[in-house]
Ligand binder design. Structure first.
Ligand code: TEU
Length: 604
């Protein structure tokens, strides 16, 4: 399995690669040997400074997914091109110049495949076709071409754990037709064989009226789990990857990877988790010894990596594989996926922040990533996605700029969820307009608590009808009332807007010290989280952000080994109109930051 990751930043020139003269002494007289030795010493002397120079300034050989921001698009909500109120592929193609204006060079599309849309595409009925809601394969090919023309890579969602119950495979499986009869996890009729629960509440077992047996579904009833112990299924899914790779896809985000396998002994119940804060039929009420993070998953990931490497071997272009790993107190759980062949397991730690999370709290989450990676394991950070409340709603509008400064200056690959660049907020969707069936099907109270609709509302492009998202009668989810202020058009024309700050930060992070430079903590306390990014022999920057709710005055000189002055490169332009401006020279003995204010300061 080909390992990938950052080669050492201080990769030194490998002197062993200098060709040594043949060692056959019979060919050389003593005098000639001495001349040769002197010549060799002269060459090495000449290369010495170069080695040192090379060792200090050799940028590591990074792959594209290590240098760009990845921008997650929820296709239903990005841009509607045909007026049906739902986003589509042509709409995404229309907005690629906007993506590029963010200095983003990779987009990840949540599922666009044929689906009954019970889970909005995470219930797939044909893995190798585009759902008509989004367009067709021609639209997809055009999107790939247009994206690649702009230097934008395209990452698709790969959903291997389950299909839709309307997939032909399931229809054939329920009829007992070989080999499909083994594509899913079936057991005898009667009571469920064990106490396993669905992540969407209730038993994970449902009786199928056609086959007369129970089938396992880690998620919705309409999402039967695929049986990854079935060799035919494994090859079918490897061919799904090949189908999209052959159409130019640059990588995959693997959905629900940790649910992929379940033990073969279906009589095994799962023990209580000890979490008494959740309902007894809530997935988190059990410890998932038999259905989550089973060791067999590693083999599946390695096979997918081998498939991606088939394509890389042909054209030398890296294919990206990121897997969806849920938050776990033990970070080694997600970090094992590096060894399985994933380029990165998603680091969801910063999804847990809220308004009470100050400097030390941020450091705790950042260090869970940076403090636990082995050589060659590339870090990543996200602050939102389609399953979670938007970060601007968690922290408040006054921290939007601070969060984007953090996300875009930490080491590794950042993933931005569409709208975060604007500071888009959750939209409270009334029950009768609710679309998230896994929540809506559980009643109004449960819907209010667990619906994911609020963070999936349409992108806010302008202050016009439906915020420019659709020309149609109604968008599929309501648009924020804030959209007349929080939109691309208005923020583009406002110097201190979150969007323009995002653009500045996204361009700034192309500097070597942010791409692959070193990282050290600076001043960190209950308000301030600061760190130093540096390139050996190159530039050094201090990033300092006040995640507290009071002004903070701090002396950074000790953290900076006595450096007492710097120049401001970027300021968050704090909503309370902070006192700093780009280009200001600042005394590092006494820096004063408002709540939610951040600075990037050039030290040298
Ligand atoms: O989510 C995987 C997952 O584990 C869920 O618990 C997710 O965190 C949950 O939806 C939070 O409410 C993935 C997708 O991201 C999600 O949108 C899908 O619904 C799910 O898999 C099933 O495919």
């Amino acid at each position: 399995m080909k390992r990938r990751g950052v080669t050492g930043k201080n990769a030194s020139y490998d002197t062993s690669s200098i060709k040594q003269p043949a060692s056959n002494n019979k060919l050389y007289s003593r005098r000639q040997s001495i001349v040769l030795l002197l010549l060799l010493l002269a060459v090495l002397a000449w290369m010495g400074p170069w080695n040192e120079r090379v060792s200090e300034h050799t940028p590591p050989s990074l792959s594209w997914w290590q240098t760009t921001i990845v921008y997650q698009i929820y296709p239903r909500s990005f841009q509607d091109s045909d007026g049906d109120g739902v986003g589509d592929l042509k709409g995404i193609t229309q907005r690629l110049d906007y993506i590029r204006s963010l200095n983003v060079r990779a987009i990840w599309l949540s599922p666009i495949f044929r689906s009954p849309m019970r889970d909005f595409g995470y219930d797939i009925s044909n893995y190798t076709d585009i759902d008509p809601t989004f367009g067709n394969l021609e639209d997809f090919d055009n999107l790939i071409l247009a994206a690649h023309d702009r230097g934008i890579k395209v990452i698709l969602d790969f959903v291997p754990n389950h299909s839709s119950d309307l997939h032909p495979w399931f229809q054939l499986s329920r009829q007992g037709v070989a080999p499909y009869k083994d594509y899913y996890v079936w057991t005898r009729p009667g009571e469920p064989p064990n106490n396993w629960l669905s992540l969407f509440r209730g038993s994970a077992w449902t009786l199928d009226s056609v086959r007369g047996e129970l089938y396992y579904h880690a998620f919705m009833v309409q999402q039967p789990d695929l049986n990854w112990r079935c060799a035919h299924l494994v090859e079918e899914m490897n061919n799904v990857l090949r189908f999209w790779l052959s159409r130019g896809v640059d990588g995959f985000r693997v959905d629900a990877i940790q649910n992929l396998f379940e033990v073969e002994d279906l009589s095994l119940n799962e023990p209580p988790s000890g979490d008494s804060s959740v309902e007894t039929d809530n997935w988190y009420s059990l410890r998932h010894d038999h259905t989550f993070d089973l060791p067999e998953i590693g083999g599946a990931v390695r096979r997918w990596r081998d498939v991606l490497n088939e394509y890389e071997a042909r054209d030398g272009k890296a294919r990206y594989l990121v897997v969806e790993t849920l938050f776990d107190n033990d970070v080694s759980i997600r970090n094992q996926y590096y060894d399985f062949g994933a380029d990165m397991p998603f680091n969801f730690d910063l999804l847990r922040v809220n308004r009470s999370c100050g400097g030390r709290c941020i450091q705790h989450y950042v260090d869970r990533e940076l403090g636990h990676l082995s050589q060659g394991q590339w870090p990543n950070f996200v602050v939102g996605n389609h399953d979670n409340s938007r970060i601007a709603s968690k922290l408040g509008k006054d921290f939007v700029n601070a969060v984007n400064m953090l996300l875009l200056t930490l080491p590794g690959t950042p993933t931005t969820y569409y709208g975060e660049e604007l500071g888009m907020l959750d939209v409270q969707v009334p029950f009768d307009q609710g679309q998230d069936l896994q929540a809506k099907g559980q009643g109004e109270e449960y819907f209010r608590k667990y619906s994911r609709d609020p963070s999936r509302t349409p992108m806010q492009w302008n202050g016009g009808k439906h915020s420019g998202f659709t020309s149609g009668r109604l968008p599929w989810l309501p648009i924020s009332e804030m959209s007349s202020y929080e939109n691309v058009e208005r923020q583009t024309s406002s110097e201190l807007s979150p969007l323009n700050l995002y653009r500045k930060l996204a361009a700034f992070r192309d500097r070597p010290c942010f791409q692959y430079g070193g990282f050290e903590y600076g001043v960190v306390h209950e308000k301030i989280f600061s760190y130093i990014r540096y390139e050996v022999g190159g530039q050094t920057y201090l990033v300092t952000i006040n995640f507290g709710h009071e002004i903070s005055r701090d002396d950074y000189t000790e953290a900076l080994n006595g450096e007492s002055h710097g120049e401001i490169s970027i300021t968050t332009g704090n909503v309370q109109s902070g006192k700093y401006r780009t280009g200001d020279k600042v005394n590092l003995h006494q820096l004063e930051l408002n709540p939610g204010e951040g600075l990037i300061i050039k030290i040298r």
